[in-house]
Write a protein that binds this ligand. Structure first.
Ligand code: FAD
Length: 499
């Protein structure tokens, strides 16, 4: 089975060397390409990479190496979050683990600033670096399912839609995020909340093996049997330990038809609905997931939306959702039997690529009435011509049943993952939107402890709070596998200082 696991055949990529030669010729052999390449080291010192070395690196890859003047460079460097516009010195479009190993070795030997791009959905834009080397995994997007073993093998640059679709073709699924164009790689390494999470745990809890290239350029498989310490850290430790080239996920039989969709309430009813949801979340069945959003649109329309998904059958779902329908009369009720794959795509358009997003978030350990007042005031006071929202994803259930020390993801007892977000398009609004989000977060933050490393970066005390009982073990593991902090563009756990 494990031999099969790594057999991804990219027919398009198989043709790359022939196609790439003329492209390399224009990017690397033209007069401009002979010059050295300006770049930054990990600690942001200016360096010049010798043109000959860069050319040699390109020749060692099966995928393409893109420079600023290469065709496709601007498309490859584009992040989902349009608030960021960064220019890597080099983009290695890896075709497989061998390319990733070459790219990591090139970064290490030149002490280059390195970023790793899986699905490109980093909210803080960190997967696209400025003047460093970006390892681009977007061509490594294969997904295959072994329906007998119920294992999905997903490459490091694949999107969640591929996992959901291939698994559902066999009536199987595992926890994935709630927007299908998000990357499997980043989401899983940092944790992975989703519509099935209260039933099956975080995405990372369902991982059985990860192929990874570590900072020394070595290819390892991490699982419960091999490289166990690395396996522990990769599940929740974010991108701190290496480049994941492939994941094996445990799948579960689920009915493809689920009861789901949005229930929308007026802003006037929001306090009562929030109060009910905060209480109900403690006792509702694990099959029910609620993502709530208190929203104010640029046209001044305010409302509370509950995005619901019940995965345990339609009749049981109607019963579980009935108390929510009874709190107040919804202004819109879109909850109906819907294929799971469709539910997973339902927010794809509203959270589309290229808009500008500013998010700050944290974990709510225990909801209290005071939090209701804070989030209502946050949205009541919002005035900019941007989308303002406070969003909260339910936790509990299987998330909570896992021991905090079983994986690097320590925050098992939380009730909600909360964040404030501003969404806009006009660059003239960027400063004001960011200011609003930072101000709003100041009010919400005291109700949180720790944060979700996939949504936010911080250092110092908040990182310690986030990893809690696991923090020292994370530092030890980082010091073992990445003592030079090559993988630093993430919610970074710094290695211990070398004596
Ligand atoms: C629209 C949207 C919806 C989301 N919904 C959810 C949700 O429902 N649940 C949830 O838990 N999270 C959700 N998130 C947060 C999401 O988990 C993070 O944004 C995550 O980092 C996205 O992964 P990516 O591969 O697309 O990102 P990228 O931008 O490609 O990578 C982000 C970081 O992850 C690391 N990384 C990515 N791939 C690899 C790899 N293969 N190997 C090593 N490191 C890697 C790198 O450190 C990189 O900087 C959502 C984000 C967005 C933008």
């Amino acid at each position: 089975m494990f031999m099969k696991r790594r057999q991804f055949i990219h027919t398009a990529l198989a043709a790359v060397p022939a196609l790439a030669i003329p492209r390399f010729a224009s990017a690397l052999e033209g007069p401009a390409s002979l010059s050295d390449v300006e770049a930054l080291t990990g600690d942001r010192k200016e360096i010049l990479l010798k043109g000959a070395d860069v050319k040699d690196f390109a020749a060692r890859l099966r995928g393409e190496l893109l420079l600023r003047n290469s065709a496709g460079y601007d498309t490859a460097r584009r992040a989902w979050n349009g608030a960021f516009d960064r220019h890597p010195a080099l983009i290695a479009r890896c075709s497989g683990p061998a390319d990733v190993m070459e790219a990591v070795k090139f970064a290490t030997s030149n002490q280059l600033l390195l970023s790793v791009r899986g699905g490109g959905h980093s909210l803080s834009g960190q997967s696209v670096c400025e003047k460093g080397l970006m390892i681009d995994l977007s061509q490594m997007n294969g997904a295959r399912v072994d329906p007998v073993a119920r294992i999905a093998t997903i490459e490091g640059g694949a999107l969640l839609g591929a996992l959901d679709r291939e698994a559902q073709a066999h009536g199987l699924a595992t926890t994935a995020g709630t927007v299908s164009h998000t990357g499997v790689g980043g989401l899983t390494l940092g944790g992975g909340f989703g519509r099935l999470g209260r039933r099956f745990g975080l995405a990372c809890d369902n991982v059985r093996a990860i192929d990874v290239v570590t900072a020394d350029g070595k290819f390892l498989t991490a699982s419960a049997k091999e490289n166990k310490d690395l396996f522990w850290g990769l599940r929740g430790g974010g991108g701190n330990f290496g480049v994941a080239t492939s994941f094996d996920f445990q799948l579960h039989p689920v009915d493809p038809m689920m009861l789901g969709g949005e229930l929308v309430y007026s802003f006037a009813d929001a306090p009562a609905v929030l109060k009910f949801v905060f209480d109900y979340a403690r006792e509702m069945p694990d099959e029910l997931n609620i993502d709530l959003g208190l929203v104010r649109l640029p046209n001044d329309n305010r409302f509370l939306s509950l995005d619901l998904c019940f995965s345990g059958g339609i009749a049981a779902g109607e019963k579980a959702i009935a108390p929510l329908r009874a709190i107040a009369k919804p202004v819109a009720d879109h909850v109906k039997p819907t294929p799971y794959v469709k539910l997973q795509q339902s927010a794809d358009d509203s959270l589309s690529h290229g808009k500008k997003y500013y998010l700050k978030g944290g974990f709510v350990q225990q909801t209290r009435d005071a939090l209701i007042d804070v989030v209502i005031a946050t949205i009541a006071d919002a005035k900019l011509p941007v989308v303002h929202a406070v969003s909260m994803q339910t936790a509990g259930g299987a998330y909570r049943r896992m021991s905090p020390t079983a994986t690097a993801f320590a925050q098992r007892a939380i009730e909600f993952n909360a964040f404030v977000i501003a969404i806009w398009e006009d660059p003239a609004l960027s400063d004001a939107a960011g200011q609003w989000a930072r101000g709003a977060w100041k009010n919400v933050e005291p109700h949180t402890h720790g944060f979700y490393v996939n949504e936010f970066n911080d250092d110092g005390d908040r990182m310690k709070a986030t990893y809690g009982v696991n923090y020292d073990r994370m530092v030890a593991l980082k010091s073992k596998f990445d003592p030079g902090n090559l993988f630093r563009l993430n919610a970074n756990v710094a290695p211990a200082k070398r004596a």
